[in-house]
Ligand binder design. Structure first.
Ligand SMILES: *[C@@H]1O[C@H](CO)[C@@H](O)[C@H](O)[C@H]1NC(C)=O
Ligand SMILES: *[C@@H]1O[C@H](CO)[C@@H](O)[C@H](O)[C@H]1NC(C)=O
Length: 662
């Protein structure tokens, strides 16, 4: 028995040693000194470029033979040929794949069909697309690029008014839609006479005869995608492929960040579920195609996304903080026993220690013992993820880097610079910043005196220059010249962009010692919640001010929270009586202890004023003392001093968030 025990001990030791040798951590060598990730341009420390560049000339093209979105697909086609390109699945089924060759052929046939319907093969021709993510979306896009036409993505949350404005501005005659309901909403505008140019709707799905009849009555032709494809008498060669200076896409939205193509390989698979109308997703897709990699589409229902991911087994996961927060909550929620929880936290700390020395891996003992199931729930093939659109909490980011064992990059950018501006440097797995400028972008800080931000202190508004900066707003030279100064710097924050995009991106940033940037805030107090929804707090406050018991109101939220809360000063003149009618009695101060009735009244007011549910406050603190100039909470012009109110009520704010945590 003793011999046997010893033998098995030797055996175990040997296999442990072998295991360690095979899986010992190897740190990734970063491409530059992580303590100097960006470099001052022309001796000006507040103007920075990537440390990866040799000199101040920015990177225009990643590959010399690839200068347009059309070229990018052609490059992937050369690499992958009959290899898989676009994947889709029916409920409960595995993924089916359309090859690169097939996508290119279908795009050419579809493009010829569009020309047969009178579209012109030049970048002044705008073609609308109004559909959820699916292979036909990408085929339609490529059809446009194949004949140098420009794509105009439409999406539901734009709202009716904006949609009409876009169709009108871009003189769109053909819109490609997925379903009859979407096409019907466009038809309604034509019937009202507000989009007279609209003459052809192309649908992916089947539609009713009644719809065709209705369209005919207002001189709109309705076709199924396949019909349009056979309608082209001959398939034309792209005799006029787009040039680098040609317009490719008009985005009526603001999205965020870009992708560094340095990490994508032909074997990579990405999951497509973020809005294709946003620059973020557009950039991810073209980067995938450029490398002959493949994209699988979700079934169109976000509640099935995790099942789609498990089936698709992506290697690349483009993601937004909201989803990562949900994954984080789920992991923590799934370990209930104290012992398992302690083990999880211990394992996370061990992996985090490796992270800080540059090691990211999924084959440590902790991965086998503790994180195996978590990694399997995302398909088990994840190599890297990219988070953007809102800052992610450093706690969540570093927890997930440890548990998922894959590279998670964070980026910052905006639509006006084709999504990408800054990006985490490979090898820098620290959190709390958005990386250094990409090699295609130069950034500079500009003072914002009224917020006390000065470039010489390392903070200010971020301005961006480089080949990825946009050409301008469609048919709006005035707004364009406000956004782009004569030296080519993009100051999008100074512009109230376009009326349907109620946001100002004037982004205040802090330049860290090591050359990375940290986002501080958006000017004009507009902010995003963690899901990426934009909040204009003053607009919401103006709605709540209408409530009888409300004298003053301050709406608070930030990009690490998923909902809003409020601080309300009840109107001393009416509050006591107003509450009495609802069955509560007490002094003004006592009644301030119970915000329930006021909260309900505000929600009702908000609803009738058309606030979206994420624009409503979820909890309230009633404060018995009026905000005034004297107590420092109002400006001389009686506007809220937002930063001061936030500071004074810091305690109440955090207690509301911890109390209502869902
Ligand atoms: C671990 O990472 C490698 C590459 O980085 C990947 O191929 C593999 O699928 C990953 N395994 C799991 C379980 O995530
Ligand atoms: C860079 O600086 C930021 C801000 O001080 C910090 O959070 C981050 O950890 C630093 N990164 C590295 C690699 O030192």
């Amino acid at each position: 028995l003793v011999v046997k025990l010893n033998l098995s001990l030797v055996h175990s030791l040997a296999s442990l040693t072998a295991y360690w040798l095979v899986t010992r951590p190897r740190p990734m060598r970063p491409p530059c000194d992580l303590q100097a990730q960006s470099v001052a341009v022309n001796g000006d420390p507040s103007c920075r470029r990537s440390a990866l560049l040799k000199d101040d000339s920015l990177l225009d093209f990643y590959y010399d033979d690839t200068k347009t979105a059309y070229d990018m697909f052609q490059r992937g086609l050369r690499i992958a040929g009959n290899g898989p390109c676009l994947g889709f699945r029916k409920p409960g089924q595995p993924y089916e794949w359309i090859s690169y060759t097939e996508v290119a052929e279908r795009a050419q046939v579809l493009g010829s069909g569009l020309l047969a319907k009178g579209c012109q093969p030049n970048p002044q021709q705008f073609v609308g697309i109004f559909a959820q993510n699916r292979p036909e979306w990408i085929i339609s896009e490529l059809a446009c690029y194949t004949y140098s036409m420009a794509l105009v993505p439409l999406y539901e949350t734009l709202g009716l008014e904006a949609m009409v404005h876009i169709l009108h501005l871009a003189e769109i005659s053909v819109v490609i839609c997925d379903r009859e309901e979407k096409a019907a909403s466009l038809l309604e505008n034509k019937e009202k006479g507000v989009t007279p140019k609209l003459s052809c709707l192309v649908l992916f799905n089947d539609f009713s005869d009644a719809f065709v009849e209705r369209a005919k009555n207002c001189e709109v032709e309705v076709l199924k995608l396949e019909q349009l494809m056979v309608s082209s008498v001959e398939v034309l060669d792209p005799y006029n492929p787009p040039q680098p200076q040609d317009l490719a896409v008009v985005c009526f939205t603001s999205g965020t960040t870009g992708t560094g193509s340095f990490v994508i390989q032909q074997e990579d698979v990405s999951i497509s579920y973020l809005p294709l109308a946003h620059m973020f997703e557009r950039m991810i897709q073209v980067s995938m195609f450029c490398h002959g990699a493949r994209v699988g589409f979700y079934q169109g229902d976000i509640s099935l996304l995790m099942d789609d991911i498990k089936t698709l087994k992506p290697t690349f996961f483009p993601v937004v903080p909201r989803l990562l927060n949900r994954i984080y909550d789920k992991i923590l929620g799934s370990v209930t026993s104290p012992l398992r929880r302690a083990l999880l936290h211990y394992a996370v700390r061990r992996k985090q220690a490796e992270l800080s020395s540059g090691v990211v891996r999924n084959n440590s003992l902790w991965d086998k013992l503790v994180f195996n199931r978590i990694q399997a729930s995302l398909g088990g093939n994840l190599r890297f993820a990219l988070t953007a659109s809102a800052p992610i909490s450093p706690t969540v980011l570093s927890f997930l880097r440890a548990t998922l064992g894959c590279l998670i990059f964070e980026g910052y950018g905006q639509t006006e610079c084709t999504a990408g501006c800054t990006f985490s440097m490979p090898g820098d797995w620290s959190a709390g910043h958005v990386g250094a400028p990409l090699p295609c972008a130069m950034v500079k800080l500009v003072d914002i005196p009224d917020m006390n931000y000065y470039a010489k202190n390392g903070d200010g508004e971020i301005c961006i220059r480089g080949p990825s900066v946009f050409r301008g707003y469609l048919r709006d030279p005035e707004k364009t010249s406000e956004a782009l100064d004569s030296d080519g710097w993009l100051h999008s924050g100074d512009v109230d962009i376009i009326f349907w995009s109620p946001e100002s991106e004037q982004m205040c940033v802090y330049l860290c010692q090591n050359g990375t940037l940290r986002i501080i805030d958006r000017k004009k107090h507009i902010f995003k919640l963690s899901q990426g929804e934009y909040i204009a707090p003053e607009k919401i406050e103006n709605v709540y001010m209408r409530c009888v018991p409300v004298l003053q109101v301050f709406v608070h939220g930030d990009s690490l929270q998923s909902y809003l809360i409020g601080i309300v000063v009840p109107d001393p003149e009416v509050f006591v009586d107003w509450v009495k009618e609802r069955g509560f009695v007490g002094s003004y101060e006592e009644l301030c202890q119970n915000p329930k009735a006021v909260l309900e009244d505000m929600k009702a007011e908000g609803k009738s004023a058309g606030l979206k549910s994420f624009e409503q406050v979820k909890d309230l603190h009633l404060h018995p003392e009026t905000f005034s100039v004297a107590n420092g909470l109002l400006t001389p012009t009686l506007k809220s001093r937002r930063a001061d109110i936030r500071r004074v009520f810091q305690e109440q704010i955090s207690s509301m968030y911890s109390k209502t945590a869902i």
